[in-house]
Write a protein that binds this ligand. Structure first.
Ligand SMILES: Cc1cc2nc3c(=O)[nH]c(=O)nc-3n(C[C@H](O)[C@H](O)[C@H](O)COP(=O)(O)OP(=O)(O)OC[C@H]3O[C@@H](n4cnc5c(N)ncnc54)[C@H](O)[C@@H]3O)c2cc1C
Length: 454
């Protein structure tokens, strides 16, 4: 088991210490890198946050050789990719029919379908990116097996699935329904009542992000890890720049990209109701050497009942990354809600995943599978379940891409690209081609939904 950091909580920004995730066990030379010994005093574009969004923004700002290239600085409070991206489940899984039901009910099918197509598009985008840039991040394509253990929940999902199929929607072409016997025989899930399967991917997120940042640094990015921002000035300077205070001095930036996800409201308090830091737990599980166990045909979402689910991928080395199960601690708000501390696990979660493979899958009874690493991570949950992307309301020159919930992998890459285009080329939100519902706005800062607690 990984050792747990004893560093105390540091509310409300990122904690100074953290539980160690499996993904961060092979640190990259850029992990604690500072391009220059001093923090520059000014820049054209300042990216705050070195996770998936920050890396995508930096890569896109500097990769197309447009002249003149802007001066770009990226500040990261801790090590590179030490936030949610460095501690997630590694699942690049578009949500095709599940959240779509809620979005359709609230905003109509056309707006909901934009999100599905955007998520599905990430699969090809990431495939092309990884191939073009030759980034070794174990990108793997397989099928996601969405398995339901609760009959009523499955029935409801099937009704929505049937309605999407009957409308002939393009993204439903390869979404298959599995009956109870298929779910048990082909997906090997004990107690499954049925489910769905569709194309998905998984990868090593830390390696993707360090790969992108390496290219950006080669193209001129000034990377400054271990540089927490404590404040952004309330108003612009006479030259239009914003003053940004860090532990290593002040930097004046003409444009700012907030890639701060869960920690956004520490710097932009107007987001405190819209994006809330919420803690989750993830593990790496490994079977005993030479112990018999069933090879699994894909990744999983094991739906135990409404609001209760576990996600899982099988890695190329045979180990599994398994996380979720927040239903077991949801009642204990202080453990997870508005809690930005990834320095500790969630109470009583230390042993939840012990024996998980044995009790969930046929063919794993004698596997001796054990938790090898367990860690926590902080997600930016948004009140309406949608990310916030675009111009920060009322703050000219500040842009945001944050609030990706537990679901950033098929969403954040193109969101980072979009804010890079907005900051560098002054394109409008509409011109970015992002789903319309992602646009941040004053209205969304006073949320009408409270999806996090309801
Ligand atoms: C346990 C867990 C499991 C998950 N599993 C999945 C999954 O399987 N699939 C999926 O799609 N999504 C998953 N997610 C969600 C996904 O990881 C996130 O949505 C995504 O990584 C968000 O990327 P980001 O760049 O916005 O945020 P982050 O990776 O959190 O990056 C934000 C960065 O900003 C830095 N920062 C914040 N404030 C400051 C400041 N004041 N000064 C300087 N730097 C600052 C932070 O230190 C951090 O590094 C999971 C998340 C967690 C925590």
């Amino acid at each position: 088991m990984a050792s747990q950091s004893q560093t105390p909580k540091c509310f409300p920004g990122p904690a100074a210490g953290y539980t160690q995730s499996f993904w961060r066990t092979q640190p990259d030379p850029l992990d604690s890198y500072q391009s220059t010994p001093e923090l520059p005093t000014e820049t054209d574009i300042l990216i705050i946050g070195g996770g998936y969004v920050g890396a995508s923004a930096a890569y896109h700002l500097l990769s197309d050789q447009k002249e003149p290239a802007p001066r770009v600085v990226l500040v990261e409070a801790r090590e590179l990719c030490s936030g949610a991206t460095g501690r997630n489940g590694g699942h690049l899984r578009p949500d095709i029919y599940s959240a779509t039901a809620t979005y359709t009910e609230r905003y109509g099918l056309e707006a909901a379908a934009e999100i599905v197509r955007f998520e599905v598009a990430h699969m090809k985008e990431i495939e092309d990116l990884v191939r073009k840039e030759n980034i070794a991040c174990e990108l793997t394509f397989t099928r996601s097996l969405d398995m339901y253990l609760d009959e009523d929940q499955l029935k409801k999902a099937k009704i929505f699935y049937d309605s999407l199929i009957s409308q002939g929607l393009d993204f439903m072409d390869d979404v298959k329904y599995l009956s109870e016997s298929e779910a048990q025989k082909e997906a090997y899930v004990r107690d499954a009542k049925g489910g769905f399967s569709f194309p998905t991917g998984h990868l090593w997120p830390y390696k993707l992000i360090t790969g992108l940042i390496r290219i950006a640094v080669a193209n001129g990015l000034n990377l400054q890890t271990n540089t927490p921002v404590s404040e952004i000035s309330q108003s612009q300077n006479p030259d239009g720049s914003w003053s940004v205070s860090t532990n290593r001095g002040t930097i004046h930036a003409r444009k700012i990209i907030l890639a701060t996800n869960a920690f956004t409201s520490a710097l932009a308090p107007e987001y405190s109701k819209a994006i809330v830091p919420c803690k989750g737990v993830c593990t790496q599980i490994v079977a005993a050497p030479n112990a018999p166990h069933q090879e699994l045909p894909g990744t999983y979402a094991i739906r135990l009942g409404p609001g209760a689910y576990i996600y899982q991928i099988s890695r190329q080395d045979g180990s599994l990354i398994v996380g979720g199960a927040s239903h077991t601690f949801k009642h204990d708000l202080s453990e997870w809600y508005n809690n930005p501390d990834d320095g500790t696990l969630v109470r009583n979660m230390e042993h939840y995943f012990d024996g998980y493979m044995q009790r969930t899958f046929f063919g794993w009874e004698d596997s001796g599978a054990e938790v090898k690493h367990i860690w926590s991570g902080v997600m930016g949950y948004s009140a309406d379940s949608l990310p916030h992307v675009g111009n920060v309301p009322g703050k000219t020159g500040q842009f945001i891409a944050a609030g990706f919930n537990g679901h950033g992998m098929p969403v954040a890459y193109l969101s980072g690209k979009a804010v890079a285009n907005m900051a560098r080329d002054s394109v409008s939100f509409r011109e970015t081609g992002l789903p319309r519902l992602f646009e941040t706005s004053l209205e969304r800062l006073k949320p009408v939904y409270n999806d996090i607690l309801e």
